[in-house]
Design a binder for this molecule. Structure first.
Ligand code: G6P
Length: 504
């Protein structure tokens, strides 16, 4: 490729690649129970998608942050990483990085979540928030930037240990998500020849949204990202927004037909790859004894209709408005009383971030109100579970009539994809138009408008009362799309672009 970084060795077959993967949350989290070390799967869409990577990459290391106390213990015991059996038989090594606790807290609870997450999901009520004070400015430098520097050092160490950045095929560094916007520029300075590829799992908003951040912060974000060779998003819309930001905020020349930006004589490509799941893995899980056990329990107490939602307790998921729409549905259709359950399987998320703790309280409060208003001695309209239980979620995936995804904005939403491939009741997806998944599945879903409560209530009713043949056709079409665009295809498309030279 025609970059100023000099020679461009040809890349080898996927099996020969030395891949350094970087994400904040790793594939396994360690804990301790009754004196024994325990492992559990990391939460969220990123881990769901990347956990399948081990099967596709022969050699590699996944660098991630030690998040629990036990993770820190593992990081100290095995500074070069561990090969958790949960990730399959491949040689993917997981290297946990123990961070300075103060820096990690500022990085995670002040900058990454909420500031970047809220800007990118349009969650701020700008009349009242955010207030950027010395606290945030310091947290950006001593937290976000410091953690990015620490990870850049670890990446450079791994590249050097694998033979340096000039070996053939040249090493690939795949960076994930909004925690590491500054890292690519830092790695580029240390290892100019590596191929840097960054995938952003969340929406990338239009340039004006970034103006919420003061120029030093937003310029650092864009400059850092421009250290990459390829920047990947879920949708073309996000990729275009990124280039428009480079043009409008940094004044760089962009080519919107080639989807490239020129910076310091290098070409950076913006691409889109809709992330997906491993359908077979979910089908296998759906047959497991643990899932069958939960399914049995669900069937024993199910009523005529089951609405399901499965989410982290994240404000972007729009959980409270979903319950308010359900309240309207019950009000408009008294005939549904005692015949319907709204099962909400919610994983508590980011409870050390004030906004998230407050949102969890609002969820509980709204559930209590709706249940008190409509419930009877024999019927709780909303059944709320606050836990991380994948087996229970998959059992519910098999049995829902309608899956509600009414997110305010969501980069992709993998729950929609996971659930539709295992559903056994011709369940209907009720899907927010502001999810990445809507681009692929919207034609076969019932579309929800995240702020229009009455529209959501009416759409839920339409989905619940749709003729059986139409429900079947829609479910089959959605499942077909997910099977065709699976996670292997998502990865292959990225690897193919790594091999393809830039246009200029
Ligand atoms: C989303 C983000 C991931 C994040 C996950 C869980 O899927 O894109 O980067 O890991 O949420 O959030 P947490 O803060 O618990 O890692």
């Amino acid at each position: 490729m025609s970059t100023t970084s000099g020679s461009s060795p040809s890349e080898g077959a996927p099996g020969e690649r030395r891949v350094v993967l970087v994400s904040n949350r790793g594939p396994v989290q360690y804990g301790r129970e009754g004196g024994q070390r325990t492992t559990s799967r990391g939460a969220g869409g990123l881990v769901t998608a990347l956990s399948g990577l081990g099967r596709h990459l022969d050699q590699g290391v996944w660098i991630c942050a030690a998040m629990s106390d036990e993770d820190v213990a593992v990081a100290h015991e095995s500074p070069n990483g561990v090969c958790p059996p949960e990730l399959g038989d491949g040689d993917l090594r997981v290297r946990l990085v123990a961070l300075d606790p103060g820096a990690q807290d500022a990085f995670y609870t002040v900058i990454a979540n909420p500031l970047l997450w809220f800007v990118q999901h349009h969650l701020y009520d700008l009349m009242t928030a955010p207030n950027i004070t010395r606290h945030e400015t310091r947290a950006f430098e001593s937290g976000y930037a410091a953690v990015n520097r620490h990870f850049a050092d670890v990446v450079a160490e791994e590249v050097e240990a694998a033979g340096g950045d000039t070996i053939v095929p040249r090493p690939i560094v795949m960076v994930h998500d909004y925690h590491f916007y500054l890292l690519p520029e830092l790695v580029r300075a240390r290892c100019p020849q590596v191929f840097l590829h960054h995938f952003v799992h969340i929406p990338w908003p239009q340039p004006d949204s970034w103006r919420v951040l003061p120029p030093p912060m937003r310029d650092a974000v864009f400059r850092g990202m421009l250290g990459n060779d390829v920047v990947g998003f879920h949708t073309e819309h996000y990729a275009r927004n990124f280039l428009l930001g480079c043009q409008e905020l940094l004044g760089l020349p962009v080519d919107l037909s080639a989807m490239e930006v020129l910076v310091d004589g290098r070409v950076v490509r913006a691409r889109w790859y809709p992330i997906s799941i491993d359908p077979e893995a979910f089908e296998t899980l759906a047959r497991s004894p643990a899932v069958l056990g939960y399914e049995h329990e669900l069937l024993a107490r199910r009523r005529d209709h089951l609405i399901l939602r499965v989410d982290r307790t994240d404000p972007s998921k729009n959980i409270v408005r979903g319950f308010l729409a359900f309240d309207l549905l019950l009000q408009d259709h008294p005939e549904l009383a005692e015949r319907i359950t709204f099962l909400a399987l919610l994983q508590p998320s980011r409870q050390d971030v004030a906004e998230y703790a407050a949102y969890m309280e609002r969820i509980r409060h709204t559930v209590d109100e709706v249940n008190a208003k409509h419930g009877t001695s024999d019927w709780q309209p909303i059944e709320l579970h606050l836990e991380n239980n994948l087996d229970l979620a998959v059992a519910a995936y098999k049995q829902f009539d309608v899956l509600m995804v009414n997110a305010i904005f969501d980069g992709m939403n993998l729950v929609a994809k996971e659930s539709i491939v295992v559903n056994e009741r011709d369940g209907v997806l009720a899907l927010s138009e502001n999810t990445g998944a809507h681009e692929e599945l919207g034609a076969f879903a019932v579309t929800l408008h995240p702020f229009d409560l009455q529209q959501q209530a009416d759409a839920l009713y339409d989905a619940l009362t749709m003729p059986a043949a139409e429900r079947r056709d829609r479910r089959e079409a959605c499942a077909r799309v997910v099977r065709q665009n699976d996670v292997a295809k998502w990865l292959q498309a990225q690897l193919a672009d790594i091999d393809r030279p830039a246009e200029r």
